[in-house]
Design a protein around this ligand. Structure first.
Ligand SMILES: NC(=O)c1ccc[n+]([C@@H]2O[C@H](COP(=O)([O-])OP(=O)(O)OC[C@H]3O[C@@H](n4cnc5c(N)ncnc54)[C@H](O)[C@@H]3O)[C@@H](O)[C@H]2O)c1
Ligand SMILES: O=C(O)[C@H](O)[C@@H](O)[C@H](O)[C@H](O)CO
Length: 266
């Protein structure tokens, strides 16, 4: 039985969408440090080059693809270029695009459903068969706490993530018998460029921190650690699961302790 060690991902090949910054970059840096060759795909060329330099500077191997993942032809070409991957991380997502439900146009729905759902499905369809033929594969889809912690103004984003969680479970049922595991990681609010406007809002930040029993916000490395474990053989019996990484924020409603004079604590 494989245990989770620093060499748990040696000699693997992984495609990571949105690997140029934020959570995707942290996943790429960690996987590369554990011996995986990472194929990074994003529409952010300077970010890709920076992430690639960080990985190679630390002795890892990175292949970079500047691609618009909303373009199905470009996604098909990317899958071909990525080749025989053992790991697929569906991580890229647009900004949340906060709009009131009744004012959200079709374009916003197309954008979120297109990148989060259609592109992820397309990549699973393109790369899953090779994994199945080789009898080894791990797919990790990056979801969001917004699936369970509904917030106003992000309906297309949250709905797309909910769909991605269902896709995760159904792919697990269909590909599991062929040696391919599919799981999701569901992060809570994590300061990155995508949510820079929210990070700049002290009231929002304080509200997010108050929700977390562990008393801090997620760091990108918290999410990457969970992903790396899911990719490894140490998680070889974990399939079709959504792993929530939120410091306990979804465990219940956390409140700071209230002083009481009662000896029994009421
Ligand atoms: N930051 C958070 O609070 C948070 C919380 C929960 C889930 N997530 C999820 O984590 C993932 C990463 O988010 P992040 O916060 O690191 O975002 P980010 O903005 O830092 O990174 C997004 C990545 O996706 C790429 N991308 C976006 N649109 C693209 C397109 N059309 N074509 C190609 N690449 C494209 C960007 O180039 C970048 O590499 C997303 O799936 C997001 O939904 C983030
Ligand atoms: O990008 C994301 O997915 C977000 O950061 C979410 O995690 C929301 O901020 C959270 O649901 C608010 O309650």
């Amino acid at each position: 039985m494989q245990t989770f060690r620093s060499d748990a991902l040696a000699d693997r090949r992984a495609l990571i969408t949105g690997g140029s910054r934020g959570i995707g970059e942290a996943i790429a840096v960690l996987l590369a440090s554990m011996g995986t060759t990472v194929v990074l795909a994003a529409d952010d060329e300077p970010g890709l080059e920076k992430a690639g330099a960080t990985i190679e500077g630390a002795g890892g191997q990175a292949e970079l693809h500047v691609v618009d993942l909303l373009d199905p032809t470009a996604v098909a070409d990317l899958a071909t270029a990525a080749g025989d991957v053992d790991i697929l991380i569906n991580n890229a997502a647009p900004g949340q695009g906060r709009l009131p439900f009744l004012e959200t146009p079709d374009e916003a729905w197309d954008l979120q459903l297109g990148l989060i759902l259609r592109t992820s499905v397309q990549l699973i369809r393109a790369l899953g068969p090779g994994m199945a033929t080789r009898g080894r594969g791990s797919i990790v889809n990056i979801s969001s706490s917004s699936v369970v912690d509904a917030a106003p103004y992000v309906a297309p984003y949250a709905a797309a993530k909910a769909g991605l969680e269902v896709v995760t479970r159904i792919a697990a049922l269909e590909l599991g018998p062929r040696g391919v595991r599919t799981n999701a990681v569901r992060p809570s609010f994590t300061p990155t460029q995508r949510v820079a406007h929210l990070v700049a809002d002290p009231e929002f930040l304080a509200h997010q921190s108050r929700k977390v029993p562990l008393g801090r916000l997620a760091a990108v490395e918290d999410i990457a650690n969970a992903v790396a474990w899911l990719c490894s053989d140490a998680a070889s019996f974990v399939n079709g699961q959504v792993i929530t990484v939120d410091g306990g924020g979804s465990a219940g409603t956390w409140r700071p302790p209230v002083q009481s004079d009662s000896p029994v604590g009421h």
